[in-house]
Write a protein that binds this ligand. Sequence first.
Ligand code: NAD
Length: 372
Amino acid sequence: MKLGFLNDQSSLETRSTLDLVSAKKLISKGIDVFVEKSFSKELFSDDDFVQIGVTIKERYDILKSSDFIVQLSPLNEDEIKVMKKGAIFYGFLNPFFNRPLLTTFSKFGIKAISMEMIPRTTIAQKMDILSSQANLAGYVAVMVAAERIKKVLPMMITPAGTISPCRVFVIGVGVAGLQAIATAKRLGARVEAFDTRPVVEEQVKSLGAKFIKVDLGATGETQDGYAKELSAEKLKKQKEVMAKQCQLCDIVITTAQVFGRRAPRIVTKDMVLNMSRGSVIVDLAVDSGGNVEGAELGKEILINGVNVIGLANFPGHVAVHASQVLSANIFNFIDEFWDSENKIFQFDMSNEILSSSVITNDGEIVNKMFLE
Ligand code: NAD
C-alpha cells in the first residue's frame, strides 16, 4: 500500500499528522510511506523522514499515486479528481457543513473517511483524534488564560495580606472541559463548572471542582454520549444562571459543542459587559460558531476591559505533543484494519468503526448517521 501524508494548506496548522515514531511503525509493516516536500518544517526536517525510509514527493505526485491519503483539512476538487479511483482519503471532512465536498468525493469514486466520525467506543479510543486533541486544547485554554489574566491563580498567604485564588468557570465538561478543570485545579484556582449532561456532575466533583446546577429538566444525550441541543427555553434558563456565575469569575472557559450542529451561544455580550475589567474568556468552540458573543476566530478582542480569546487551533499551540498523539491515533486506525498477509487496508464496512466513519464509498454517500 502507498500511504501519502500531505501538507495541510491552512497557515494556522502547526501540527504534523506523522511523526518519526509512527512513520517507523508504518514502514515496518511493509507500507510505502510518502510525505509531501517540507512536510513538517517546524517539527521534523525532510531529511529526518528520509533517514528512516520515508519518501519525499511533490503534492500532486502523492495525490496521483497513493492508495491512502491523510490530511487534516479536506482536499479541493482539483486535488480529488487526480486521485486514484477507489483510493482512501482520511481527514476532518466536517460532513454536516460540507455537502458539496462529499458529492465531489463520491463523484470521483474516492472512499472518504471522516476523522470526527470515529465512534466514541472503548475499542476506538486509541484512534480518537477528537479526544486526543480536545484534551490538549483544554490544557492550552487554561495556560493562555493564566498568562493573560493579570492575577495569580492560587491563593497566597503573604505578610502583606492574603491573595484570594482566581475563580475559573468552565462551561461544557467533555474531554476539553475536564482537562481545563484539572489544569486550573493544579494551578491552584477555585474551579466551578457546568454541563447540560447531568452525568458530568460526578466527574466534576471527582476533580475537586464544584458543579453549578441549573434545573433544566431532562436534557438527554446521544448513544455516543454527545449532548442534545437545548430548546430555546432551556437555553434561556441556562443563560440566566451562567450570567450570575460569569460575573463572579475571573476566567471563563467555554467548550460547549453539540455534535453536527453550530456551537450553542451561551455567553452574551451583556454577560461579558457585566464581568470585571481584566477578566479573561477563552472560547474553545470558536471554530464551530462560538459559545461567546463577540469572540472571533484567531483573535483576542477586548470588550469593556474583558479579554475575549478565540484563538484558532488550540492544540496546535502545543504542536509537539499534539502531533505525537495525532500520529499515534492515525497509526492505530490504519493498524486496526491492516491485513499483514495481503498488505492492504481491509475496507470492511461491517466493522462499526468504518461503518460510522466512512462517508463516501463506491461513488455514493453511504454514511447512515449523515443520511439520517
Ligand atoms: P463535545 O466537544 O461534543 O462537547 C463538549 C461538552 O459541551 C459536552 O460535554 C456537552 O455535553 C457540552 N454541552 C453541549 N451543550 C451545552 C450547553 N448548552 N451548555 C453547557 N455544556 C454544553 O464533547 P466531547 O468532549 O467530544 O465528549 C462527548 C462525549 O463523548 C462525552 O460524553 C464524553 O465522555 C464521550 N467520550 C467518550 C469516549 C470513549 O468512551 N471512547 C472518548 C471521548 C469522549
